[in-house]
Design a protein around this ligand. Structure first.
Ligand SMILES: CC(C)(COP(=O)(O)OP(=O)(O)OC[C@H]1O[C@@H](n2cnc3c(N)ncnc32)[C@H](O)[C@@H]1OP(=O)(O)O)[C@@H](O)C(=O)NCCC(=O)NCCS
Length: 182
């Protein structure tokens, strides 16, 4: 089973996490990696990832910078630490030398060049703290109503998901600008 999983990953062009761990990646429990993510394969022993980390599609964590290599023959390297309970948004890039704290959200498309403190939401290029995680979650909680919040029945995990489910969600997004789904 493990072998099949590794083979499928390889066919899909996804990195083999076990190989990275063998090379020295320090990985906590419960990493969720969506498609196209990159954890610097050639310098992964410089990378530490905590528990409960989500990497949205095409998120990158890099521990090297070969920009010098062309000119002086040396690649720069630095340690990178991602804390516990961190969401790294789609297409975001965490560069070498950065520490991302615990309980952090990194916005989609962000370039993280400096440390991000615990309990914060950071976004942009270069990524800066835009608010505390607490404030962000409070803001979202205020926007959740019975009409715009959907449970698992409204996901593809429900084998009977159909166009009626989809229509209800589209309607809720029209009315409330956005909706929430489990
Ligand atoms: C970072 C994020 C969580 C912020 O959410 P939010 O607070 O609801 O965002 P808002 O739209 O209220 O924006 C707040 C401010 O941050 C800026 N901002 C938000 N997301 C940003 C991003 N990804 N990059 C740059 N700036 C961003 C906005 O421009 C705004 O700035 P302003 O106050 O100067 O106008 C969200 O925008 C995000 O990027 N989520 C990740 C999405 C993702 O990766 N999905 C993948 C599928 S799993």
């Amino acid at each position: 089973m493990k072998y099949i999983k590794r083979l499928l990953n390889r066919i899909r062009g996804e990195q083999d996490l076990n190989k990275l761990i063998e090379r020295g990646l320090k990985l906590g429990n419960n990493l969720t990696r969506m498609s196209g993510c990159i954890i610097d394969p050639s310098h992964c022993w410089h990378i530490e990832i905590g528990d409960n980390v989500v990497m949205a599609p095409r998120a990158h964590i890099l521990a090297h910078d070969a920009s010098t290599g062309l000119f002086n023959g040396y690649t720069k390297i630095a340690n990178v630490k991602i804390g516990n309970n961190v969401f790294i948004g789609a297409g975001a890039i965490v560069l070498m030398g950065v520490t991302v704290g615990d309980n952090v959200i990194i916005g989609a498309g962000s370039i993280v060049i400096k440390d991000i403190p615990d309990n914060s939401v950071a976004a942009g290029n270069p990524a800066k703290v835009i608010c505390s995680l607490d404030d962000y979650l409070k803001k979202e909680a205020l926007e959740m109503t019975e009409e715009n919040t959907f449970d698992e029945e409204f996901t593809l995990r429900n084998k009977n998901f159909n166009t009626e489910h989809a229509s209800k969600m589209i309607e809720a997004c029209r009315k409330y600008r956005k909706a929430y789904v489990k």
